[in-house]
Design a protein around this ligand. Structure first.
Ligand SMILES: [Zn+2]
Length: 394
């Protein structure tokens, strides 16, 4: 039994040049698939020297095989994605490809397959006790469906990894926690009828906000009824209200369910600095989530895999993921941000904002507070009403 945290390096993605080609082809930079995001997020722990620690086992991603992808994905979807990768351009709206969110570019199939291979290896490695726990910054493509790319997601690494885990460990229970600010629709759908994979998603829900699903009433079907949990949160939800929802609606279910493996899609896009969403979390909540997830995991089989998910302000995303990594690996954060990293973000024209690892605490505007509190109350009460009875909770 090793005490090391496996960390999956995106260096193989950074070595490809398809996203550079994409940036040349399109007038607007894709918020997910761009070099600044990949480079800035990964470079923070590297330049801080964290990846050289004996507490980290640095791992390389590999491309998932076709056989692995077919445990979930439709063969014609996988083949179409391969073809796009080889030709660099084509058209197939049928599969959600060649859109603003899921553009095609040279080698797109490799960009899509590498994180899947990494996350499968992370999951199997943790399950076998090869690693204490594991994290891949690039992963958590929760909008990808069986035969549909959507919301920057081509292939659903999480679903494939959980399916592979279940192949090797029949009868084991998985808890999938999704704190990305968007509803984890693709992952929820894949396990909608499966009571052995409990999916829990806390997300923003507001008019026109992607993907539009994620009401508490979406609670699973058949034997899986009660095993899809959704906590929709209003815009401007802050640390206090978020934490209330997590402790009141999620923790009791988790403790009764007693999962064998926990999969966490972190998502740095619930931070207030994210340009695509409207929640108001600070770094403190990500730290608290990390500590609480670890505590809950340690009440059970101690098997945890974390993936980065979304996050579209590369500077805050880098800090969130590094905070989570430090928590998982029991490492101290460096007292100051590495100078080399500050030079790097400047090179990409990004703004630093507040220095260090904390945000300035702020109170919610009194004008908005009653409305936000009411909406969070509604979400918590709905989960208690619909889901708690399934777990014998009151
Ligand atoms: Zn997201």
């Amino acid at each position: 039994m090793t005490e090391r945290t496996a960390l999956y390096s995106p260096e193989s993605l950074l070595a490809l040049d398809g996203i550079d080609e994409l940036e040349r082809m399109k007038a607007v930079v894709n918020p997910f698939w761009n070099r600044a995001r990949l480079d800035v997020t990964w470079s923070l722990p590297v330049m801080a020297g964290m990846t050289e620690s004996s507490k980290i086992s640095l791992q390389q991603m590999r491309e998932a095989t076709k056989e692995e992808l077919l445990t979930f994905h439709d063969p014609s979807f996988v083949e179409t994605l391969d073809l796009f990768g080889n030709t660099g351009s084509a058209f197939s709206a049928r599969f959600g490809l060649d859109t603003d969110d899921c553009p095609v570019f040279p080698g797109v199939h490799r960009y899509a397959r590498l994180p899947v291979g990494g996350v499968i290896d992370a999951t199997i490695g943790v399950a076998k006790g090869k690693f204490k726990n594991a994290m891949s910054f690039v992963g958590g493509f929760h909008h990808a469906m069986e035969s549909q790319a959507a919301g920057f997601c081509y292939l659903n690494d999480t679903v494939v990894a959980i399916k592979k885990y279940k192949e090797v460990n029949p009868g084991k229970k998985v808890l999938y926690l999704d704190t990305d600010v968007h509803h984890g629709d693709g992952t929820q759908k894949a396990f909608y009828a499966d009571p052995d994979v409990l999916t829990i998603s806390l997300h923003e829900k507001s008019m026109g906000f992607f993907p539009g699903t994620g009401k508490p009433e979406e609670m699973g079907i058949g034997e899986g009824k009660g095993y899809s949990v959704n906590v929709p949160l209003p815009p401007l939800t802050d640390d206090v209200e978020y934490w209330r929802a997590f402790e009141d609606a999620i923790v009791p279910i988790w403790q009764v369910y007693k999962p064998d493996l926990v999969f966490w899609n972190v998502g740095a896009d619930a931070h207030f600095g994210d340009p695509l969403a409207d929640l108001m979390l600070t770094f403190d909540t990500y730290h608290r989530l990390t500590m609480t997830v670890r505590q809950l995991v340690h009440e059970g089989e101690r098997k945890l895999v974390a993936v980065g998910g979304g996050g579209y302000n590369p500077v805050t995303t880098a800090k969130v993921w590094t905070i989570v990594l430090a928590g998982l690996a029991d490492m101290a954060l460096p007292p100051v941000l590495p100078n080399k990293w500050l030079v790097l973000i400047e090179k990409y024209g990004l703004k630093m904002g507040r220095d260090g690892w904390t945000d300035r605490p702020s109170r919610m505007d009194e004008k908005h507070y009653p409305k936000v509190k009411r909406a969070v109350d509604d979400a918590i009460n709905k989960v208690k009403e619909l889901i708690f009875p399934v777990f014998g909770l009151e």
